[in-house]
Write a protein that binds this ligand. Structure first.
Ligand SMILES: C[S@@+](CC[C@H](N)C(=O)[O-])C[C@H]1O[C@@H](n2cnc3c(N)ncnc32)[C@H](O)[C@@H]1O
Length: 271
């Protein structure tokens, strides 16, 4: 696992050089602090080697666990603003009104910082859909931090239902909805598809390929006649299999979006 390393370096020039050196050594994130530097290092390089490369003694080095985000796919020291497609996300602790129109989000274990390609693909697909037509509601399956449902609401969709099997994700999404004044338009459900009845004109599901294929017969019931379904979380090599699973249950692919080896499928339910 990547780890956090704090280095005591007083001299500003030495600190600037050390920042560059840490990047050369493969740091996943670096930050200047008062009297030193913090970095997240990959586990391939041990702390003693980092200290030696920077000419520091072990007394000047402190190692602590790093905090992974988006299921340990994203490593950063502190939350920071994220541009995910058209959506700007800022940390909850930023003073309100500093970034008008941005979505404010807490730092939580829930997936959905906006940094993962599968989230960005969903946001891009959502943006395209909302530019082309006006669904009055969306269903967000596997909402994590709530990022997709909250983006839909912020972009003018009237109501959203968001579900997640992880109670901590539902709590994070609720807090994010509250922070952004969107709670009254978001209905959060702790559970899977079995907890739902009804259908939605637009359904978003950023879950992995295997569960997406497994849930195809159930998920398709939640898409209204003529509605759209956005599937993400699919490794590009598995996209044809996922597409086939959904073709079997009567939805056809309209298009696909690809980013960093991940594919999102945009599908159309029969009228
Ligand atoms: C990859 S994250 C997506 C989070 C967010 N929607 C995004 O796009 O960044 C997948 C989420 O789906 C949830 N999940 C996995 N299987 C699920 C299921 N069968 N029903 C509902 N939620 C599920 C996980 O707990 C996780 O929070």
């Amino acid at each position: 696992m990547p780890y956090r390393i704090d280095l005591r370096i007083i001299d500003p020039q030495e600190a600037a050089d050390a920042l560059d050196r840490l990047v050369d050594l493969g740091a996943l994130d670096v930050e200047s602090l008062d009297g030193g530097i913090a970095a997240i290092m990959p586990d391939g390089i041990v702390a003693s080697s980092v200290a030696r490369a920077l000419g520091l003694g072990l007394d000047d080095v402190r190692v602590t666990p790093a905090r992974g985000r988006d299921n340990d796919s994203v490593w950063m020291l502190n939350p920071r603003p994220v541009q995910a497609g058209r959506l700007r996300i800022v940390p909850a602790e930023w003073p309100p009104h500093t970034d008008a129109g941005a979505l404010r989000m807490i730092d939580s274990p829930a997936f959905g910082t906006g940094l993962h390609p599968t989230t960005v693909l969903c946001l891009e697909a959502l943006d395209d859909e909302l530019t082309a037509w006006n669904p009055d509601s969306v269903l967000d399956v596997g909402t994590g931090s709530g990022v997709l449902a909250l983006a839909a609401l912020q972009w003018g969709v009237t109501r959203a239902v968001a579900i997640d099997i992880d109670a901590a994700a539902v709590r994070a999404a609720a807090e994010n909805a509250r922070l952004n004044g969107l709670s009254s338009r978001l209905h959060l459900v702790h559970g899977g598809l079995e907890a739902l009845s009804g259908s939605w004109p637009l359904v978003l599901a950023n879950v992995l390929a295997a569960p997406l294929m497994e849930m195809a017969p159930t998920l398709v019931w939640r898409v209204g006649r003529g509605g759209r379904l956005v599937l993400s979380g699919i490794r590009s090599s598995l996209a044809p299999e996922v597409e086939q699973a959904y073709r079997h249950v009567g939805v056809r692919q309209v298009r696909a979006l690809v980013r960093d080896g991940w594919t999102a499928l945009i599908l159309h339910a029969a009228r």
